[in-house]
Write a protein that binds this ligand. Sequence first.
Ligand code: UD1
Length: 423
Amino acid sequence: MAKYLVHQSGPLSGEVVISGAKNAVLPLMAAALLSEDKCVIRDVPQLRDVAFMKEILASLGAEIEDVEENTISIITEDIISTEARFDLVNKMRASILVMGPLLARKGRARMPLPGGCAIGARPIDLHLKGLEALGAEIIFNEAESYVEARAGGQGLIGDTIYLDFPSVGATENIMMAAVLAEGITYIENAAEEPEIVDLANFLNKMGAKIKGAGTDTIKIEGVKHLGGAKHTVIPDRIEAGTFMLAAAITRGNVRITNAVPDHLKPIIAKLRECGVRIEVGDEYLIVRGDLGPQSATDIKTLPYPGFPTDIQSPFMAFLTTVEGTGTVIETVFENRFMHVSQLRKMGASIETAGNKAIVKGGAVLRGTQVMATDLRAGAALVLAGLVAEGITEISEIYHIERGYEKFIEKFRGLGAQIEKTEE
Ligand code: UD1
């Protein structure tokens, strides 16, 4: 099994260029299924999750070509299967995103129940509720662990859908189903994440009529047909946030380019509260962890534009090293504290009660053997490892490679000492 060996590295410095967003590119790729014409997507990060999505699309009939590094083209002249394969779906929860496009284009979609990071139950009830509101019949077979959606004879028909929670994936799936539905769909209490806006922009380039993406109400006027489109993926705000925290935790000085500071407001605000200086430019940020002392703050994860759940664990790693005590409240996922036990193994003082963690700062972290329990937990352990005495040996790193492009190379470029070993 491959592992990362992270050495105590001192302050990071230099420049890091952020890749295209994992959470944007996966729905964009799924959306390409909606047209028989060519879609070209640029700034595609080379990640395991992207490779999984390519496999899923290919198994459904898409032809995918690597046009050049980080640019792919997808042509789906015909959908050859409306059933996603269990072995592929089981690897990645985001594979559920092909459901909306399959249903819209072929009137049927059958999915094994999705896998992915083990961060809670992560049901798909809101996806199904939305598709049902558009007129699909939902057949949910728990015993055989699959779900099927079938459009009636008239196809999908627009309706108003209120989401009980602004789920990112459900908003995307419903949006992709509704673009080819008859009439108008409103998604109320929709997710407002930048990745939703990116998807709407792409769909509109394909010929869809979507308004309001990025607000809590999205209006989708159905069209008969979508064509091809060319699109560049937005920068990954979670990767940018991870490197911001890397600069902060190592008391470093890092310039982060190809970032959208507007997407990073909660992280900027919270780091500033802790005493980290941040210069914000047009498409860059300079994060100075090296100026003055750092003290604790409290964070509470929320749907966008609140503090992102994906940065909760890296931020917690940072809080273990500052002065004072901070509270972390996780409201988006019910089981997203698996990194706590691993950080404790490294010497962190963290108490948890339900969805609340109290993090005592000033810990002297020590390198030891730890496990990346999920993608962002893995990133948190790398950050902790950079400041821990000795060597931190991180296993299960495939989680990290699912979502960070050239992770080690980028860290090394900033002076971090990290190696990958294959045992
Ligand atoms: C996406 C991101 C993930 C991020 C999350 C929240 C992708 C590929 N992944 O995941 O990195 O952490 O948004 O910002 O974009 N829920 C339900 N029923 C549903 C759907 C969701 O109860 O039908 C719940 C989930 O269990 C979870 C919460 O809603 O507790 C948020 O999930 P959601 O916003 O759907 O996240 P994902 O789209 O899975």
